[in-house]
Design a protein around this ligand. Structure first.
Ligand code: ATP
Length: 271
């Protein structure tokens, strides 16, 4: 599919500029801020909406989509902003941010305040799977964003989002299962899980949680004619997670080469 190929190329370009930022002149920069449960990502696009720089850090400032450490979140976003500004030798002014679907009434204000207190002008606030679809460009199907704390689902029909949902199961739960099974502290379990070399060995242990995620997808897509599931979010990096989800849901399941940065880039595109 062309849109998946475009998405993969866009993410690959972003991965390159995370390592080696592009220092070129641009009249305006757009920053996407993904304030996640496990990871905070900033993605910067230039005036042509092409990736020029990016930075991310694992942090514990948000839980299940809620800002639990407000000061820590502001400091972290400000730190990443300053780091990117020094690299690009410019001031980053405009930013968009996202939040898990359905949490806007509860926490939209907090996310907005974090972004503004860090020195940005907030231009857009949208839900995570809808942001991801700015890059995927799915006209029919379900975008499933499996992050750290939650799984967000956005159902798209004829190019329109017809339903969004979010439930509290994600990568953190997988790490907790690894911590229990391997008698690792949580942080060690996280690191072990993120290493692709361990994925094959881990998959049987993680299967029950992935099946739980699949049952959430089945429940939330009931009553809709979903012909394809498109996985994004850091947890979708787990090798063969798509095979288990496809088998459990009976719906063809696809994922980009690197699902981790699709949402932050989609947020930046919507800035
Ligand atoms: P949420 O969307 O729930 O607020 P988030 O935005 O922090 O969370 P992401 O940044 O999309 O979520 O993903 C973070 C999760 O992805 C963490 O649980 C992390 O352990 C997991 N993760 C990151 N890289 C990998 C990898 N290579 N393999 C397996 N899991 C990974």
């Amino acid at each position: 599919r062309q849109s998946m190929k475009d998405c993969n190329e866009f993410v690959a370009a972003f991965e390159k500029v995370i390592k080696k930022p592009k220092r070129q002149e641009s009249k305006i920069y757009y920053t996407g801020i993904d304030l996640g449960t496990a990871c905070v990502v900033l993605a910067v696009l230039d005036e042509n909406r092409k990736p020029v720089a990016g930075a991310y850090r694992y942090a514990d400032v948000v839980r299940d989509g809620m800002v639990v450490d407000y000061i820590g979140a502001v400091e972290l976003v400000r730190e990443l902003k300053e780091e990117l500004e020094q690299t690009l030798k410019t001031e980053l002014v405009y930013a968009a941010a996202s939040l898990p679907p359905g949490t806007d009434e509860l926490d939209g204000g907090a996310i907005k305040n974090v972004v503004q207190s860090a020195g940005f002008e907030l231009t857009n606030l949208l839900d995570e799977p809808t942001a991801a679809n700015q890059l995927l460009n799915i006209t029919d199907g379900a975008v499933v964003d499996i992050g750290g704390g939650t799984t967000g689902i956005s159902i798209v029909e004829n190019g329109h989002v017809v339903k969004v949902a979010d439930e509290a199961t994600g990568g953190t739960h997988l790490s907790l299962v690894i911590a229990g099974a391997y008698k690792f502290p949580f942080e060690a379990a996280e690191t072990y899980k993120r290493n692709g070399k361990n994925h094959e060995e881990l998959l049987p242990t993680l299967k029950p949680v992935i099946e739980k995620i699949s049952s959430i997808i089945i429940q939330q897509t009931q009553g809709y004619n979903v012909e394809g599931i498109y996985l994004v979010g850091g947890t979708a990096c787990l090798k063969n997670i798509e095979t288990i989800i496809e088998k459990a849901t009976g719906i063809p399941t696809y994922k980009p080469t690197n699902p981790m940065f699709v949402t932050p880039l989609g947020i930046a595109i919507s800035c």
